[in-house]
Design a protein around this ligand. Structure first.
Ligand code: GLA
Length: 383
């Protein structure tokens, strides 16, 4: 997928004219899952797969949008009541509405876009789409919105137009990505730090289970509610605790009687996971990839047994990684399907991939997909 591909469709659909072309990536996350909406740390990086969109103002008050991948065209106005029903168009509409809500005007525009972030793989194709349009409109209209606010516009789009009460990680990574670096973000203070990530002798590879959970967004929102319920119980004794980030395991234990067993397990996972991000950053600074990998396995265990966002297929891929001596492996992203992220020594790589493909096919009757990770730049103008 490249500029010329998107441009050729734009020209075809919009009377031979051309506009400006922008791109934003999907993301991986080395560690720190379901910690963002708990005020904790995340450790993502942008990838070399993303969305490309061409846009041109059209002199009307309507947006005319063409999804090249879905071969679907939708036209909508920009008042609240104009919300399109088509789900992909709601991301673009939502971004526009969130910019308008912040006091800016957006004229109608034509757009065609395409992407190569695998859908449902947990690599945030939706954040890539939101960031592309937020970045493009801000740039084309010279609005001067800062990068954090662009990420928040994408996040608010998910909350208010797409029904997912997500945290800030995906949109942040998409906007702030930098080639060759992971970014540790403190989701409470929004302080962030780039960590060059070039593990000598290792490969970072995603194995996509190709499983998509139908009710992923309602299950995701339910996890968030569990965390909020645990915080409310802890607050009775510790009023300063605003997020699980502010709580310790001792505080959680003290409040056990006021927390359901399920919510307790969720909170336990989150408190441990926030610490794991810091441990991984320390280990990385020492070049200690064994510890990084061990923490990844701990995350998988927590996501599977305490947070319960894994599934049979992902647990299976994780077990195979262990058997093949892979340094670290875990389910990545929100869960309920999608990918495992694997840190693999180069000399173990071929055997791992061959074994995983063969055994997965034997068990589930279909092959997983594989993506080698290239850590890349964030939102940008292409031409
Ligand atoms: C999804 C959400 C993120 C984050 C992850 C889990 O990708 O969009 O905000 O919560 O799940 O870490």
């Amino acid at each position: 997928m490249d500029i010329e591909f998107v441009r050729s469709h734009f020209i075809k659909h919009f009377d031979g004219t051309t506009g400006s072309v922008y791109a934003s990536p999907g993301r991986i996350n080395l560690i720190g899952e379901h910690t963002d909406y708990n005020g904790g740390f995340v450790f993502p990086g942008a990838v070399d797969k993303g969305m490309i969109a061409e846009l041109k103002f059209n002199g009307t008050d309507k947006v005319r949008a063409y999804s090249i991948d879905l071969k679907d065209y939708v036209e909508f106005g920009l008042e609240e009541e104009d919300a399109p029903r088509t789900s992909w168009a709601r991301y673009i509409f939502g971004v526009c509405r969130e910019i308008i809500k912040r006091g800016y005007k957006i004229p109608g525009f034509n757009t065609a876009f395409a992407g190569d972030v695998p859908l449902g793989a947990g690599m945030s194709s939706s954040a890539a789409l939101e960031s592309t349009f937020a970045f493009a409109l801000n740039d084309m209209l010279g609005l001067g919105i800062d990068k954090f606010e662009l990420a928040k516009i994408g996040q608010a789009t998910e909350h208010n137009y797409c029904g997912v009460n997500c945290g800030i990680m995906d949109q942040f990574a998409s906007v702030f990505g930098k080639a060759g670096s992971l970014i540790r973000l403190d989701c409470r203070s929004l302080e962030y730090q780039y960590f060059p990530f070039k593990p000598e002798g290792y490969k970072l590879v995603l194995l996509d289970s190709v499983v998509k959970h139908e009710l992923a967004s309602s299950a995701y929102n339910k996890r968030r509610q569990s965390c909020e319920a645990a915080v409310a119980a802890i607050q009775k004794k510790h009023p300063h605790v605003e997020y699980l980030r502010d709580a310790s395991m001792e505080m959680l234990k003290e409040a056990k009687a006021d927390i359901s067993d399920e919510d307790y397990m969720r909170a336990e996972y989150v408190i441990e996971e926030i610490q794991r991000v810091l441990d991984v950053c320390d280990a990385l600074e020492k070049g200690d990839y064994e510890t990084v990998g061990q923490k990844m396995y701990e995350t998988h265990h927590g996501m599977s047994k305490l947070y319960e966002v894994s599934c049979e297929e992902l647990d299976f891929l994780n077990d195979i990684a262990k058997e093949c001596g892979v340094t670290g492996s875990r389910v990545m992203g929100g869960g309920f399907g999608g990918c495992t992220i694997n840190l693999v020594k180069e000399d173990k790589y071929d055997n791992f991939i061959n074994t995983a493909f063969a055994r997965y096919k034997e068990k589930f009757g279909r092959e997983p997909k594989m993506y080698n990770v290239v850590i890349s730049d964030g939102s940008r103008k292409l031409c």
